[in-house]
Design a protein. Structure first.
Length: 381
Protein backbone atom coordinates (compact mmCIF):
# COMPACT_ATOMS: atom_id res chain seq x y z
CA UNK A 1 0.00 0.00 0.00
CA UNK A 2 1.34 3.45 -0.89
CA UNK A 3 2.60 5.64 1.94
CA UNK A 4 2.12 9.40 2.20
CA UNK A 5 5.08 11.60 3.11
CA UNK A 6 3.24 13.15 6.03
CA UNK A 7 1.38 10.23 7.57
CA UNK A 8 1.82 6.48 7.13
CA UNK A 9 -1.37 4.68 6.25
CA UNK A 10 -0.81 2.57 9.38
CA UNK A 11 -1.43 5.76 11.40
CA UNK A 12 -4.67 6.57 9.66
CA UNK A 13 -7.45 8.30 11.63
CA UNK A 14 -9.43 6.22 14.09
CA UNK A 15 -12.88 7.23 12.85
CA UNK A 16 -14.58 8.93 9.92
CA UNK A 17 -14.90 12.29 11.67
CA UNK A 18 -11.12 12.35 12.10
CA UNK A 19 -10.75 11.71 8.37
CA UNK A 20 -13.10 14.66 7.82
CA UNK A 21 -11.13 16.86 10.21
CA UNK A 22 -8.00 16.41 8.09
CA UNK A 23 -9.90 17.88 5.13
CA UNK A 24 -11.28 21.04 6.74
CA UNK A 25 -8.53 23.36 5.47
CA UNK A 26 -8.47 22.02 1.93
CA UNK A 27 -10.22 23.76 -0.95
CA UNK A 28 -10.85 20.26 -2.32
CA UNK A 29 -12.56 18.86 0.78
CA UNK A 30 -14.95 16.24 -0.57
CA UNK A 31 -14.99 14.35 2.73
CA UNK A 32 -17.66 15.51 5.16
CA UNK A 33 -21.35 15.57 4.31
CA UNK A 34 -21.94 19.11 5.57
CA UNK A 35 -23.13 21.73 3.11
CA UNK A 36 -20.19 23.78 1.80
CA UNK A 37 -21.47 25.11 -1.51
CA UNK A 38 -21.89 28.84 -2.12
CA UNK A 39 -24.99 30.60 -0.84
CA UNK A 40 -27.76 31.21 -3.35
CA UNK A 41 -28.96 34.81 -3.89
CA UNK A 42 -31.97 34.12 -1.68
CA UNK A 43 -29.76 32.77 1.09
CA UNK A 44 -27.45 35.79 0.82
CA UNK A 45 -30.47 37.98 1.54
CA UNK A 46 -31.20 35.93 4.66
CA UNK A 47 -27.65 36.45 5.90
CA UNK A 48 -28.14 40.17 5.30
CA UNK A 49 -31.23 39.94 7.54
CA UNK A 50 -29.30 38.63 10.54
CA UNK A 51 -29.33 41.94 12.47
CA UNK A 52 -33.11 42.09 12.10
CA UNK A 53 -33.43 38.41 13.07
CA UNK A 54 -31.31 39.14 16.15
CA UNK A 55 -33.66 41.94 17.22
CA UNK A 56 -36.70 39.75 16.52
CA UNK A 57 -35.23 36.86 18.51
CA UNK A 58 -34.50 39.08 21.51
CA UNK A 59 -38.12 40.24 21.68
CA UNK A 60 -39.86 36.90 21.02
CA UNK A 61 -40.52 34.16 23.58
CA UNK A 62 -38.13 31.26 23.02
CA UNK A 63 -41.01 28.78 22.70
CA UNK A 64 -42.49 30.79 19.83
CA UNK A 65 -39.12 30.95 18.04
CA UNK A 66 -38.62 27.19 18.44
CA UNK A 67 -42.14 26.35 17.29
CA UNK A 68 -41.80 28.52 14.19
CA UNK A 69 -38.44 26.98 13.31
CA UNK A 70 -39.36 23.33 13.56
CA UNK A 71 -42.75 23.92 11.94
CA UNK A 72 -41.13 25.57 8.89
CA UNK A 73 -38.45 22.89 8.60
CA UNK A 74 -40.58 19.79 9.16
CA UNK A 75 -43.51 20.90 7.03
CA UNK A 76 -41.08 21.78 4.21
CA UNK A 77 -40.26 18.06 4.19
CA UNK A 78 -43.83 16.78 4.43
CA UNK A 79 -43.81 15.98 8.16
CA UNK A 80 -47.18 17.46 9.14
CA UNK A 81 -48.01 14.70 11.62
CA UNK A 82 -45.49 16.01 14.16
CA UNK A 83 -47.98 18.77 15.07
CA UNK A 84 -49.74 16.48 17.56
CA UNK A 85 -46.53 16.25 19.62
CA UNK A 86 -46.57 19.46 21.65
CA UNK A 87 -43.79 19.32 24.20
CA UNK A 88 -42.12 16.30 22.57
CA UNK A 89 -39.67 18.27 20.38
CA UNK A 90 -36.25 18.87 21.95
CA UNK A 91 -33.83 21.28 20.25
CA UNK A 92 -30.13 20.32 20.23
CA UNK A 93 -26.95 21.88 18.88
CA UNK A 94 -26.59 19.07 16.34
CA UNK A 95 -27.88 15.62 15.42
CA UNK A 96 -24.83 14.10 17.17
CA UNK A 97 -25.88 15.75 20.44
CA UNK A 98 -29.40 14.39 19.90
CA UNK A 99 -27.84 10.96 19.32
CA UNK A 100 -25.89 11.20 22.57
CA UNK A 101 -29.06 12.05 24.48
CA UNK A 102 -30.88 9.13 22.89
CA UNK A 103 -28.02 6.73 23.67
CA UNK A 104 -27.82 7.79 27.30
CA UNK A 105 -31.58 7.37 27.58
CA UNK A 106 -31.66 3.92 25.98
CA UNK A 107 -28.98 2.50 28.24
CA UNK A 108 -31.19 3.18 31.27
CA UNK A 109 -33.72 0.61 30.02
CA UNK A 110 -31.76 -1.81 27.79
CA UNK A 111 -28.30 -3.21 27.13
CA UNK A 112 -28.57 -3.82 23.36
CA UNK A 113 -29.71 -2.25 20.10
CA UNK A 114 -30.38 -3.51 16.56
CA UNK A 115 -28.47 -1.08 14.34
CA UNK A 116 -28.54 -0.60 10.57
CA UNK A 117 -25.44 -1.80 8.73
CA UNK A 118 -23.71 -0.01 7.04
CA UNK A 119 -24.13 3.50 8.42
CA UNK A 120 -21.96 6.44 9.49
CA UNK A 121 -19.60 5.28 12.21
CA UNK A 122 -20.29 7.97 14.79
CA UNK A 123 -23.71 6.34 15.32
CA UNK A 124 -22.29 2.97 16.46
CA UNK A 125 -19.49 4.79 18.29
CA UNK A 126 -21.93 6.88 20.34
CA UNK A 127 -24.26 3.96 21.02
CA UNK A 128 -21.52 1.54 22.01
CA UNK A 129 -19.78 4.30 23.97
CA UNK A 130 -22.56 4.29 26.57
CA UNK A 131 -22.35 0.50 26.89
CA UNK A 132 -25.00 -0.70 24.44
CA UNK A 133 -24.31 -3.98 22.63
CA UNK A 134 -24.70 -3.51 18.88
CA UNK A 135 -26.51 -6.12 16.78
CA UNK A 136 -26.10 -5.55 13.00
CA UNK A 137 -29.24 -5.13 10.89
CA UNK A 138 -28.18 -5.60 7.26
CA UNK A 139 -29.76 -2.99 5.00
CA UNK A 140 -30.91 -5.54 2.42
CA UNK A 141 -32.63 -7.52 5.18
CA UNK A 142 -34.42 -4.42 6.43
CA UNK A 143 -35.86 -3.70 2.99
CA UNK A 144 -36.83 -7.24 2.03
CA UNK A 145 -39.19 -8.51 4.74
CA UNK A 146 -40.32 -8.33 8.35
CA UNK A 147 -37.67 -8.79 11.01
CA UNK A 148 -37.43 -11.79 13.29
CA UNK A 149 -39.70 -11.09 16.31
CA UNK A 150 -37.31 -13.01 18.56
CA UNK A 151 -34.49 -10.66 17.58
CA UNK A 152 -36.70 -7.62 18.21
CA UNK A 153 -37.60 -8.90 21.67
CA UNK A 154 -33.92 -9.42 22.46
CA UNK A 155 -33.03 -5.73 21.98
CA UNK A 156 -34.34 -2.51 23.44
CA UNK A 157 -34.34 -0.51 20.21
CA UNK A 158 -34.15 -0.74 16.42
CA UNK A 159 -32.14 2.12 14.91
CA UNK A 160 -32.54 2.97 11.21
CA UNK A 161 -30.97 5.78 9.16
CA UNK A 162 -33.26 6.85 6.30
CA UNK A 163 -32.12 7.99 3.81
CA UNK A 164 -29.08 6.00 4.76
CA UNK A 165 -25.60 7.48 4.84
CA UNK A 166 -23.74 6.44 2.71
CA UNK A 167 -26.05 4.34 0.47
CA UNK A 168 -28.91 6.81 0.08
CA UNK A 169 -31.53 4.06 0.49
CA UNK A 170 -34.92 5.17 1.80
CA UNK A 171 -37.21 3.12 4.00
CA UNK A 172 -40.50 3.32 2.02
CA UNK A 173 -43.89 3.88 3.68
CA UNK A 174 -44.96 0.23 3.57
CA UNK A 175 -41.75 -0.96 5.21
CA UNK A 176 -41.88 1.77 7.87
CA UNK A 177 -45.50 0.86 8.60
CA UNK A 178 -44.63 -2.84 8.92
CA UNK A 179 -41.55 -2.18 11.06
CA UNK A 180 -43.47 0.17 13.36
CA UNK A 181 -46.21 -2.46 13.77
CA UNK A 182 -43.61 -5.07 14.69
CA UNK A 183 -42.02 -2.72 17.21
CA UNK A 184 -45.42 -2.04 18.75
CA UNK A 185 -46.08 -5.78 19.05
CA UNK A 186 -42.69 -6.49 20.67
CA UNK A 187 -42.56 -3.24 22.71
CA UNK A 188 -39.28 -2.27 21.05
CA UNK A 189 -38.33 1.38 20.61
CA UNK A 190 -38.03 2.39 16.94
CA UNK A 191 -35.45 5.16 16.34
CA UNK A 192 -34.96 6.93 13.02
CA UNK A 193 -32.16 9.24 11.92
CA UNK A 194 -33.47 11.30 9.00
CA UNK A 195 -30.57 13.75 8.65
CA UNK A 196 -30.42 13.44 4.82
CA UNK A 197 -34.22 13.54 4.30
CA UNK A 198 -34.13 16.95 2.61
CA UNK A 199 -32.37 15.63 -0.49
CA UNK A 200 -34.73 12.76 -1.23
CA UNK A 201 -38.37 13.44 -2.19
CA UNK A 202 -39.14 9.73 -1.71
CA UNK A 203 -38.58 10.28 2.03
CA UNK A 204 -40.96 13.24 2.28
CA UNK A 205 -43.99 11.12 3.13
CA UNK A 206 -45.32 11.78 6.62
CA UNK A 207 -43.28 9.52 8.91
CA UNK A 208 -44.94 10.94 12.03
CA UNK A 209 -48.43 10.02 10.91
CA UNK A 210 -47.34 6.41 10.32
CA UNK A 211 -45.46 6.21 13.61
CA UNK A 212 -48.33 7.72 15.58
CA UNK A 213 -50.87 5.34 14.03
CA UNK A 214 -48.70 2.33 14.86
CA UNK A 215 -48.78 2.89 18.61
CA UNK A 216 -45.10 1.94 18.91
CA UNK A 217 -42.60 3.77 21.07
CA UNK A 218 -40.52 5.85 18.70
CA UNK A 219 -37.85 8.56 18.46
CA UNK A 220 -36.82 10.58 15.39
CA UNK A 221 -33.64 12.63 14.96
CA UNK A 222 -33.96 15.53 12.51
CA UNK A 223 -31.04 17.64 11.29
CA UNK A 224 -30.71 20.93 9.43
CA UNK A 225 -26.92 20.75 9.04
CA UNK A 226 -26.74 18.82 5.76
CA UNK A 227 -28.96 21.08 3.66
CA UNK A 228 -27.64 24.63 3.80
CA UNK A 229 -24.15 26.21 3.97
CA UNK A 230 -24.70 27.95 7.31
CA UNK A 231 -21.12 27.69 8.68
CA UNK A 232 -22.10 24.98 11.18
CA UNK A 233 -24.97 27.05 12.59
CA UNK A 234 -27.56 24.29 12.72
CA UNK A 235 -30.14 22.48 14.82
CA UNK A 236 -30.75 18.83 15.58
CA UNK A 237 -34.24 17.98 16.80
CA UNK A 238 -35.01 15.00 19.00
CA UNK A 239 -38.70 14.18 18.59
CA UNK A 240 -40.46 11.37 20.42
CA UNK A 241 -43.78 9.67 21.02
CA UNK A 242 -45.65 10.63 24.20
CA UNK A 243 -45.39 6.97 25.32
CA UNK A 244 -41.68 6.56 24.52
CA UNK A 245 -40.78 5.70 28.12
CA UNK A 246 -37.25 7.14 27.96
CA UNK A 247 -35.74 9.94 30.09
CA UNK A 248 -35.01 12.09 27.03
CA UNK A 249 -36.04 15.43 28.55
CA UNK A 250 -34.10 14.79 31.76
CA UNK A 251 -30.90 13.90 29.92
CA UNK A 252 -31.41 16.79 27.47
CA UNK A 253 -31.46 19.11 30.49
CA UNK A 254 -28.21 17.53 31.74
CA UNK A 255 -26.46 18.58 28.52
CA UNK A 256 -27.95 21.90 27.43
CA UNK A 257 -30.52 24.54 28.28
CA UNK A 258 -31.50 25.37 24.74
CA UNK A 259 -30.40 26.35 21.25
CA UNK A 260 -29.72 29.96 20.24
CA UNK A 261 -32.94 31.72 19.18
CA UNK A 262 -30.92 33.50 16.50
CA UNK A 263 -29.90 30.17 14.94
CA UNK A 264 -33.50 28.92 15.16
CA UNK A 265 -34.76 32.10 13.45
CA UNK A 266 -32.15 31.75 10.71
CA UNK A 267 -33.14 28.11 10.14
CA UNK A 268 -36.78 29.18 9.85
CA UNK A 269 -35.87 31.69 7.14
CA UNK A 270 -33.75 29.14 5.26
CA UNK A 271 -36.68 26.69 5.38
CA UNK A 272 -39.06 29.37 4.10
CA UNK A 273 -36.66 30.13 1.26
CA UNK A 274 -36.46 26.39 0.47
CA UNK A 275 -40.24 26.14 0.40
CA UNK A 276 -40.31 29.00 -2.10
CA UNK A 277 -38.22 27.09 -4.64
CA UNK A 278 -34.86 26.79 -2.93
CA UNK A 279 -35.23 23.08 -2.20
CA UNK A 280 -35.92 22.23 -5.83
CA UNK A 281 -32.92 24.38 -6.79
CA UNK A 282 -30.77 22.45 -4.32
CA UNK A 283 -31.91 19.13 -5.79
CA UNK A 284 -30.90 20.31 -9.28
CA UNK A 285 -27.54 21.51 -7.95
CA UNK A 286 -26.71 18.17 -6.29
CA UNK A 287 -27.88 16.24 -9.38
CA UNK A 288 -25.58 18.34 -11.60
CA UNK A 289 -22.59 17.69 -9.33
CA UNK A 290 -23.41 13.96 -9.31
CA UNK A 291 -23.39 13.96 -13.15
CA UNK A 292 -20.02 15.74 -13.14
CA UNK A 293 -18.57 13.03 -10.92
CA UNK A 294 -20.08 10.09 -12.76
CA UNK A 295 -19.29 11.40 -16.25
CA UNK A 296 -15.78 12.40 -15.18
CA UNK A 297 -15.03 8.82 -14.12
CA UNK A 298 -16.65 7.20 -17.13
CA UNK A 299 -14.45 4.58 -18.74
CA UNK A 300 -12.09 4.18 -15.79
CA UNK A 301 -11.54 0.41 -15.40
CA UNK A 302 -13.17 -1.06 -12.30
CA UNK A 303 -15.08 2.08 -11.31
CA UNK A 304 -18.74 1.61 -10.45
CA UNK A 305 -21.49 3.50 -8.64
CA UNK A 306 -23.19 0.88 -6.48
CA UNK A 307 -26.25 2.99 -5.57
CA UNK A 308 -27.31 4.70 -8.81
CA UNK A 309 -30.68 5.72 -7.36
CA UNK A 310 -29.22 7.82 -4.55
CA UNK A 311 -30.20 11.50 -4.48
CA UNK A 312 -28.47 12.49 -1.25
CA UNK A 313 -25.53 14.89 -1.14
CA UNK A 314 -22.93 12.10 -1.03
CA UNK A 315 -21.93 9.49 -3.60
CA UNK A 316 -20.30 6.09 -3.17
CA UNK A 317 -17.66 5.12 -5.71
CA UNK A 318 -16.35 1.57 -6.05
CA UNK A 319 -12.69 2.01 -7.06
CA UNK A 320 -12.15 -1.54 -8.31
CA UNK A 321 -9.29 -3.70 -7.11
CA UNK A 322 -7.29 -0.97 -5.36
CA UNK A 323 -7.78 -0.53 -1.59
CA UNK A 324 -9.73 2.63 -0.85
CA UNK A 325 -7.12 3.70 1.72
CA UNK A 326 -4.43 3.57 -0.95
CA UNK A 327 -6.53 5.77 -3.24
CA UNK A 328 -7.36 8.12 -0.35
CA UNK A 329 -3.65 8.44 0.43
CA UNK A 330 -2.77 9.24 -3.20
CA UNK A 331 -5.53 11.84 -3.36
CA UNK A 332 -4.32 13.39 -0.12
CA UNK A 333 -0.93 13.98 -1.70
CA UNK A 334 -2.82 16.09 -4.26
CA UNK A 335 -4.64 17.92 -1.41
CA UNK A 336 -7.94 16.21 -2.33
CA UNK A 337 -9.86 14.63 0.52
CA UNK A 338 -12.55 11.94 0.39
CA UNK A 339 -13.72 9.23 2.82
CA UNK A 340 -12.70 5.57 2.63
CA UNK A 341 -15.69 3.42 3.49
CA UNK A 342 -14.41 0.63 5.74
CA UNK A 343 -15.77 2.28 8.88
CA UNK A 344 -19.26 2.75 7.49
CA UNK A 345 -19.32 -1.05 7.62
CA UNK A 346 -18.82 -0.96 11.37
CA UNK A 347 -19.47 -4.70 11.88
CA UNK A 348 -17.53 -5.99 8.83
CA UNK A 349 -15.13 -3.27 7.61
CA UNK A 350 -13.82 -5.42 4.75
CA UNK A 351 -17.11 -4.80 2.91
CA UNK A 352 -16.10 -1.17 2.35
CA UNK A 353 -12.47 -1.83 1.54
CA UNK A 354 -12.71 -0.75 -2.12
CA UNK A 355 -15.14 2.16 -1.82
CA UNK A 356 -14.83 5.91 -1.35
CA UNK A 357 -17.55 8.37 -0.38
CA UNK A 358 -17.46 11.81 -1.98
CA UNK A 359 -19.46 14.82 -0.82
CA UNK A 360 -21.47 16.64 -3.49
CA UNK A 361 -22.59 19.75 -1.57
CA UNK A 362 -19.62 21.69 -2.85
CA UNK A 363 -18.97 24.36 -5.50
CA UNK A 364 -19.08 22.76 -8.98
CA UNK A 365 -15.44 23.69 -9.62
CA UNK A 366 -14.37 21.69 -6.56
CA UNK A 367 -16.33 18.64 -7.73
CA UNK A 368 -14.78 18.91 -11.19
CA UNK A 369 -11.24 19.28 -9.83
CA UNK A 370 -11.68 16.45 -7.33
CA UNK A 371 -13.11 14.19 -10.01
CA UNK A 372 -10.20 14.96 -12.33
CA UNK A 373 -7.70 14.15 -9.56
CA UNK A 374 -9.47 10.88 -8.74
CA UNK A 375 -9.47 9.89 -12.40
CA UNK A 376 -5.72 10.53 -12.64
CA UNK A 377 -5.03 8.52 -9.48
CA UNK A 378 -7.12 5.58 -10.63
CA UNK A 379 -5.51 5.56 -14.08
CA UNK A 380 -2.02 5.86 -12.57
CA UNK A 381 -1.24 9.15 -14.33
Amino acid sequence: MAQTKTEPVAERPANLTQFEFLALNSALNLADGHARQHLTPGQVRIVDELPALWAESVKSPVEEVEDAAHRAFLELLGQHGYRTLAGQVLSCYSSSVAMEILARSLVTVSDSILLLHPTFDNIPDILSGVGLRLVPLEETRLHEADLDPAVLRSVGCVFVTTPNNPTGRVLPPDRLRALAAQCAETDTVLALDTSFRGFEPASHYDHYAILDESGCRWVVIEDTGKLWPTLELKVGWLISAPNVGLPLADIHSDILLGVSPLVLSMIRRFAEDAAGGGLAELHRFIAANRRTLQEGLAGVPGVAFPYPGSRTSVELVDVGDRPALEVWSALRQRNVFTLPCQQFHWATPVEGEHRLRLALARPPAAIAAGTKALRHVLLGD
